[in-house]
Design a protein around this ligand. Structure first.
Ligand SMILES: Nc1nc2c(c(=O)[nH]1)N[C@H]1C(S)=C(S)[C@@H](COP(=O)(O)O)O[C@H]1N2
Ligand SMILES: [Mo]
Length: 331
């Protein structure tokens, strides 16, 4: 059995969650390991199938987290809000649209193609997404450019694990990502009013050293279950030090490229959304301040706390990626 060892930046569960959720999770984590793809095969839809189970435990897990040490009072955003308040314009632009419109989204079969300037291109099927690497839990803050934020327990593996398998060539300088294009399933892609004016497919990109940073994560689940469609099933990126729009959902292609790839929000409004999109309280959006954020938390459906936004969303370990760069110019 593979034991995922905690590293120096790992925090104990009870430092990051409120008491009730902590007890529930501790119970799950103690009693069960993550299970493999076996139990997921039954479903052809993205519907939150449990990734915990008692058959064939693959490995123990610790709640992995990087920077919660700085904010020990943080509380997980309740699952109902994580899966009910979403940005996924392919399914509509209101926060409640994705959940309402994505329930029939078919994610199996799926193909994730990894290609471009790599030695070993490959394709992962739906089942293979869950077996590609030992699944880890990562509790990350997600800070939307719209100034709301959540704390979400993701399940998945590091993007670097995937890149290592593909073996990028030295000519590869960036990584480009692409969401599924399927207007029959995604109403926003066929109707410009419902899709927010985006020219689909949704595309994103990272510099290759950003992509290789251990914080860059590919999520296949959240709250211990496979991803609900509205959160980007079956696999989505999570880059916690950047604004949420970088964390592209329902990915079908990851390509290593030599030039900075086009990115959806930059194409739509270049003066408002740059390529880097690092969370930065000192660089305001042209139409609103980024100094503070509304942390969506426990309590009623709309309850939230106003808190200060932190540079790199508090993930200081990425600062060296940008040494010597003017963060105002490269917003
Ligand atoms: N394909 C795609 N990916 C996307 C989006 C989208 O509209 N389409 N929205 C982004 C934005 S703006 C945010 S804040 C996050 C929201 O992720 P969540 O709904 O899981 O919280 O997804 C990002 N990924
Ligand atoms: Mo966002």
């Amino acid at each position: 059995m593979l034991i995922k060892r905690p590293t120096s930046w790992t925090l104990k569960d009870n430092q990051v969650t409120d008491e009730k959720i902590y007890q529930q999770r501790r119970h799950l984590l103690k009693q069960m390991g993550f299970i493999g793809a076996g139990a997921l095969l039954a479903s052809h839809q993205a519907s939150g199938i449990s990734l915990f189970g008692d058959d064939e435990p693959r490995f123990q897990t610790h709640a992995l987290d990087y920077a919660e040490a700085q904010q020990q009072s943080q509380i997980l955003t309740p699952e109902a809000k994580v899966i009910g308040h979403n940005n996924f314009y392919e399914f509509g632009t209101d926060k409640s649209d994705p959940k309402a419109n994505a329930q029939a989204f078919q994610v199996d079969p799926w193909q994730l193609r990894v290609d471009g300037l790599v030695e070993t291109p490959f394709t992962l099927s739906f089942d293979e997404l869950f077996k590609f690497a030992p699944l880890q839990e990562r509790i990350y803050r997600l800070r939307c450019v719209e100034a709301w934020s959540m704390v979400i327990p993701w399940v998945g593996f590091s993007l670097n694990a995937l890149l290592n398998k593909a073996r990028p060539l030295s000519s590869g300088k960036y990584v480009a990502f692409e969401t599924l294009y399927d207007p029959k399933q995604m109403p926003g892609q066929s109707n410009p009013f419902r899709g927010g004016g985006i020219d689909y497919p949704y595309v994103e990109g990272l510099r290759i050293d950003e992509a290789a940073h251990p914080l860059s994560f590919l999520a296949v689940g959240l709250y211990g279950k496979s991803l609900p469609a509205q959160n980007g099933a079956p696999i989505r990126l999570v880059v916690p030090w950047k604004y949420g729009f970088k964390s592209i959902k329902s990915i079908v292609r990851i390509s290593v490229v030599d030039k900075q790839p086009p990115t959806t929000w930059n194409l739509l409004a270049a003066q408002e959304y740059g390529f880097y999109a690092n969370v930065n309280p000192k660089v305001d959006h042209p139409r609103w301040s980024q100094a503070r954020e509304r942390r969506i938390t426990t309590g009623g459906l709309f309850s939230s706390n106003r808190i200060d936004t932190q540079l790199f969303n508090g993930y200081d370990e990425v600062a060296s990626l940008y040494s010597g760069m003017d963060l105002r110019q490269h917003y």
